[in-house]
Design a protein around this ligand. Structure first.
Ligand SMILES: NC(=O)c1ccc[n+]([C@@H]2O[C@H](COP(=O)([O-])OP(=O)(O)OC[C@H]3O[C@@H](n4cnc5c(N)ncnc54)[C@H](O)[C@@H]3O)[C@@H](O)[C@H]2O)c1
Ligand SMILES: [Fe+2]
Length: 383
């Protein structure tokens, strides 16, 4: 079997690095940028330094801020229309995973025929993304999804109401600017939930089936950074060193999950589509049960993760057993809820959610095969 390993995004990292965005845009040969954001990011003042730097380099800027958390197909259509109306030649995304994902997909929808559902990764849609796409600069303001260096965009398709993953190397931004200052305004709950998304990416990538030694190494280092820094950024939002570490961990998680994800993301996606739960929070609530479920298939890997999480045990079996508990302890420490019932998910809804989780493609690379009954049991164990 042949596999492909690739880490191509240009990443500009550092406190104040947002000031370089104008020069980066110029280097891409751009003259007019459509900035895609959401109202929360605009109100936090995070688009202002972007507009300033782009303006200083002579670029015209149009801002589109109509993106919600768990973005919808309709919002993608509106953003694509805004790109056409602006006659822009560069897409700049400012925000968390939601504006970043939509911006990545705008580049496909501006250059390929609709509807977006035909590009669904679960039906091999990547093969249809063949044309050139306009350049993009990604400016993350959360530290979670790592979408700034990833090849996927997630959008809820109107007809099916399913959170759908579009996956293609063409979705990768040309440049990512990681300025920890832009994440300082995140409220503690979003900081914790997005941080758990980064942690889940690293853990699921490391556990996923497949041969990718570089992804594995990056994933393990990412887990280490989360363990070192997540509680710090939650307790002191202005800890720039820790904020920077969380941005690195988020980026590393996304680079690592080119190897694959797992059952936790399949459980999380329907929770967002059906109950509008934040993606990182949904992962945080399901991750311990998935670790317990996978323990019999990959005890060595789960034990290694447990060690990084600070669990104690004299042998592999004990350590693997302690892993889920260590994740629960971190979840508690950063102030996230303890289970799905705490966020008003009803027992009655679990059957339908399990059906949808099975239809999600992420679990295909889970180290242990899952049935619909397994998905139901995992939801029940996460209540
Ligand atoms: N493409 C990928 O690889 C990938 C991976 C994981 C998740 N996702 C997707 O990403 C989305 C979640 O992204 P997210 O977790 O980054 O959250 P988000 O983009 O949905 O943002 C959550 C909220 O935080 C606010 N916010 C963002 N940055 C802020 C800041 N610095 N200060 C104040 N408020 C701020 C936003 O306005 C929004 O209200 C989901 O749709 C998920 O499916 C994509
Ligand atoms: Fe995720």
């Amino acid at each position: 079997m042949t596999t492909v390993w690739s880490f191509p995004t240009r990443v500009v990292f550092g406190d104040g690095s947002i000031e370089t965005i104008g020069a980066e845009a110029k280097a891409l040969g751009a003259n007019k940028a459509l900035v895609i954001a959401d109202t929360g990011v605009v109100e936090a003042g995070l688009v202002t330094p972007v507009e300033k730097s782009l303006g200083e380099e002579g670029l015209e800027v149009v801002v589109f801020d109509g993106i919600s958390s768990n973005p919808l197909e309709k919002e993608l259509s509106e953003a694509t229309e805004a790109y056409g109306d602006a006659e822009a030649d560069l897409v700049v995304a400012v925000g968390g995973g939601s504006p970043l994902d939509v911006a990545k997909l705008v580049r496909v929808m501006a250059t390929h025929p609709g509807p977006v559902a035909q590009y669904d990764d679960a039906i091999g849609g990547d093969a249809k993304i063949t044309g050139e796409v306009p350049p993009m600069i990604a400016v993350p303001t959360t530290a979670g999804t790592g979408s700034e260096v990833g090849r996927s965009g997630v959008v809820t398709i109107e007809e099916t109401n399913k959170k759908t993953v579009i996956f293609s190397p063409k979705l990768m931004p040309n440049v990512a600017i990681l300025d920890p200052q832009l994440t300082v305004s995140m409220p503690p709950k979003i900081t914790a939930a997005t941080g758990f998304d980064a942690l889940t990416h690293c853990i699921e990538a490391y556990c996923a089936r497949g041969d990718h030694p570089m992804a594995d190494a990056i994933a393990l280092s990412g887990i280490q950074l989360v363990v070192r820094s997540l509680h710090k950024v939650v307790s002191d939002s202005r800890d720039i060193k820790a904020r920077g570490n969380m941005m690195k961990a988020a980026m590393m998680g996304s680079v690592a999950f080119q190897k694959g994800l797992g059952a936790c993301h399949s459980l999380a996606h329907p929770l967002s589509a059906e109950a509008d739960l934040h993606h990182g929070l949904a992962n945080a609530l399901c991750l311990p049960a998935v670790l317990d479920f996978n323990r019999s298939a990959i005890p060595k890997e789960i034990a290694r993760i447990a060690t990084i999480l600070g669990a104690r045990g004299d042998d592999e079996e004990t350590l693997a057993f302690e892993c889920a508990g260590a994740v629960r302890a971190l979840r508690r420490k950063v102030g996230l809820p303890e289970g799905l019932s705490a966020v008003d998910v009803e027992e009655d809804a679990l059957g339908q959610l399990a059906k949808l989780a099975m239809e999600d493609a992420c679990h295909r690379l889970n180290p242990r095969e899952c049935t619909e009954e397994d998905m139901l049991a995992l939801y029940r164990a996460s209540m």
